[in-house]
Design a protein around this ligand. Structure first.
Ligand code: GLP
Length: 242
């Protein structure tokens, strides 16, 4: 696992976007795993800028998002579909049918999870998986206790996660859905490369556990230490807590 530190504000996001853009230029048919959350705002803003200013081309790229809340329509302001549309999809030349996000309204959740896995396989597997870190140590929505070999599945969200993500729900943790669909840790580990971006002082303690604590389902992100090609990008606050 490589850990790269960036001390100036915004530089961790730019480095992350640079790695994605380089991968896309090297392989226009890139299968890109995407993440949501405030951490990613600056990454997508930079990718959009490069698309608009220097023609970064997404026309042959496929994307698979990590997760989605169960029970929200794609247009809901808290839905990850909506986040992706607002931050990336509507601003670049991705083909809509190439942009995959789990369907949180699917009548049969288990079937949707299997279909999602099948779609990833049909695309040839994920080349580069972007990841953020939750305060519980989750990646995707794999909360503490998730099995390292889990596939795309339905989960119950931790209370801390609902509090962390309350901002998109009028500040009310109780308004955050209780359940979500997420790629499993096994699905994530099969990506050929993982890119974990962690910014902000509030993430420093859990990042310390991910990087230096035991590799354990109690800290799901720690499983990335078993990945053969994982890069962690951290800003000053994320690394020192200041
Ligand atoms: C959600 C997503 C995670 C993401 C996390 C971090 O919980 N499911 O994939 O890592 O948010 O959120 P933020 O970047 O807002 O701290």
């Amino acid at each position: 696992m490589d850990v790269l530190f960036r001390s100036q504000k915004g530089q961790a996001e730019i480095l992350t976007a640079t790695i994605i853009a380089q991968a896309l230029r090297a392989e226009p048919d890139l299968v890109l795993g995407l993440a949501t959350g405030r951490t990613m705002d600056g990454v997508y803003a930079q990718l959009v800028r490069w698309h608009q200013e220097i023609g970064l081309d997404f026309s042959r790229c496929w994307t698979f998002n990590l997760d989605e809340y169960i029970g929200l329509p794609p247009s809901h302001s808290g839905a990850f579909h909506r986040y992706m549309r607002d931050h990336l999809f509507q601003h670049v030349n991705l083909q809509p049918e190439h942009c995959q996000v789990p369907d949180g309204l699917a009548p049969d959740g288990a079937l949707e999870c299997q279909r999602y896995e099948d779609r990833i396989q049909a695309a040839g597997g994920i080349d580069l998986q972007l990841l953020g870190l939750g305060l519980t140590g989750h990646i995707g929505f794999n909360e503490p206790g998730s099995a390292f070999d889990s596939r795309t599945h339905e989960v119950r969200l931790a209370e801390l996660t609902r509090q962390q993500n309350a901002e998109q729900f009028g500040g009310l943790a109780s308004a955050v859905p209780l359940r979500a669909i997420t790629m499993g840790l096994g699905t994530i580990l099969e990506a050929r490369r993982c890119l974990l971006l962690v910014t902000g002082a509030d993430k420093a303690p859990i990042l310390g556990q991910v990087l230096a604590g035991p590799v354990t389902p109690a800290v799901p992100g720690s499983v990335l230490r078993r990945h053969p090609h994982c890069t962690v990008i951290v800003d000053q606050a994320g690394s020192t807590g200041q």
